[in-house]
Design a protein around this ligand. Structure first.
Ligand SMILES: Nc1ncnc2c1ncn2[C@@H]1O[C@H](COP(=O)(O)OP(=O)(O)O)[C@@H](O)[C@H]1O
Ligand SMILES: CC(=O)OP(=O)(O)O
Ligand SMILES: [Mg+2]
Length: 408
């Protein structure tokens, strides 16, 4: 009798990177994880960490990796070195992060040709993300055509948003004809982190109202009432809302036609400006919060301005979502910046004592990979740091959807 396959490979394909993890869903353990970055450049780098059986040294490869297909083949080779190759009969499914699922995909979905066509149709509203997600799926299909490939959508968690939050106040016929509305992104992270925050507080997700601040290279805030998203800061595309590494977040939409009329820029040029040459990088030339803090500490004025604009926007969204929720149990920081940058957490919460929000300096300074409360005991609202795990959440959803099918 053959054993039931319980392993899931998760691929999180970004515009120029692939993050991946191989998990065994029998016990939720991680067997390997890694990252391919700077795909398409001469300085591509793959870092692969075997984690099973006590783990092993992280292995690195550098040198040109031209596209996502080549990246995934390199990942497959590294996994094979550890005896975890993609040809393994223990592999049950491959789970993919897909950023834009439009209105149609509210749940994880087994990929077929029609699903691929729909993800392709959504490329114009996620131009940095959906093409990479598609390449990841197609390459994985070519390597293991017999396995279910599951798409887990960033937009899915936000489909519970009420119309009042999802609608832009523009002409209804025009908006509906072009499916223009607020979709929201990073939903897998917002769902996972809001649930883990309830657990940290010793409550059920249904019992708590949480403001989640996902601050990575892309950044978004969400208001989660009793486990359901009621508002989020990203909109039609992942450009709206918070200040990000290279994206502007909120701007007056008139900026775009002003640039067209006055500066003679094309729509594509404005797209690149707002998505790739704005945000922290546009304000000070750096998008890494570590480097920005280092410059601020040295007295660099442009870095200080970038930091202040970033914090001001973040604080506005905390206030806005406090008002949307009415009662807040926790404000929680997650993703690369949220989990690691104590000065960002301190500055974003500073001055909000009247809202019951405060950060304890000693607790905030602790470096840890564990979920933790960083507010003082007297504070009415908990402030917390909860590491996100989009890959684990994607693996769980992928396995839940396919285990029955594979075993049948
Ligand atoms: N120790 C740290 N201190 C401050 N910021 C950090 C630290 N480590 C990572 N970051 C920030 O996290 C960002 C990456 O976050 P991440 O969630 O991995 O983003 P993404 O998934 O969008 O690639 C980096 O660009 C950097 O700004
Ligand atoms: C949707 C989005 O912004 O994703 P990322 O943060 O991975 O760029
Ligand atoms: Mg991310």
């Amino acid at each position: 009798m053959s054993t039931t396959p319980t392993r899931v490979l998760v691929l999180n394909s970004g515009s120029s990177s692939v993050k991946y993890q191989l998990l065994d869903m029998a016990d939720g353990s991680r067997l390997a994880q890694g990252l391919v970055e700077r795909i398409g450049e001469d300085t591509s780098r793959l870092a692969h960490s075997p984690l099973h059986g006590g783990g092993g040294e992280t292995r690195e490869r550098t040198g040109p990796i031209p596209d996502h297909a080549a990246a995934l083949k390199a990942v497959a080779e590294e996994l094979a070195v550890d005896g975890l190759g993609l040809d393994s009969p223990e592999l049950a499914a491959i789970g993919h992060r897909v950023v834009h699922g439009g209105l149609r995909f509210t749940r994880p979905t087994v990929v077929d040709d029609e699903v691929l066509a729909e993800i392709e149709r959504l490329v114009p509203v996620a131009p940095l993300h959906n093409p990479a997600n598609l390449l990841g799926i197609r390459t994985a299909q070519a390597l293991r055509p017999d396995l279910p490939q599951v798409a887990v959508f960033d937009t899915a968690f936000h489909t519970t948003m009420p119309e009042a939050a999802a609608r832009y106040a523009i002409d209804v016929e025009t908006a509906d004809a072009h499916r223009i509305r607020r979709y929201g992104f990073h939903g897998t992270s917002h769902a996972y982190v809001s649930r883990e925050t309830a657990r940290l507080l010793g409550k059920e997700p249904e019992e708590v109202n949480v403001i989640v601040l996902h601050l990575g290279n892309g950044a978004s805030a969400s208001a989660v009432r009793g486990g359901r998203c009621v508002d989020t800061s990203m909109g039609l595309t992942p450009l709206e809302g918070l200040v990000m590494g290279t994206r502007s977040g909120d701007v007056d939409p008139a900026v775009t036609f002003h640039l067209k009329r006055v500066a003679g820029m094309s729509a594509d040029e404005i797209d690149v400006l707002l998505n790739k040459r704005s945000g922290l990088v546009g304000l000070c030339g750096d998008n890494d919060m570590r480097e920005i803090r280092r410059r601020v500490d040295e007295g660099d004025e442009r870095a200080a301005l970038a930091f202040d604009v970033y914090i001001h926007r973040l604080k506005k969204y905390i206030g806005a979502y406090y008002a949307v929720l009415g009662r807040v149990d926790a404000v929680v920081f997650t993703a690369g910046v949220g989990e690691n940058a104590a000065p960002v957490r301190e500055a974003a919460i500073a001055g909000l004592e009247e809202l019951g929000l405060a950060v304890d300096a000693d607790l905030n300074a602790v470096r840890s990979g564990e979920p933790r409360v960083i507010s003082p005991d007297y504070a009415r609202v908990a402030v917390a740091v909860v590491p996100t795990d989009e890959e684990l959440e994607i693996a769980r959803q992928t396995f839940a959807l396919t285990a029955g099918e594979v075993n049948a």
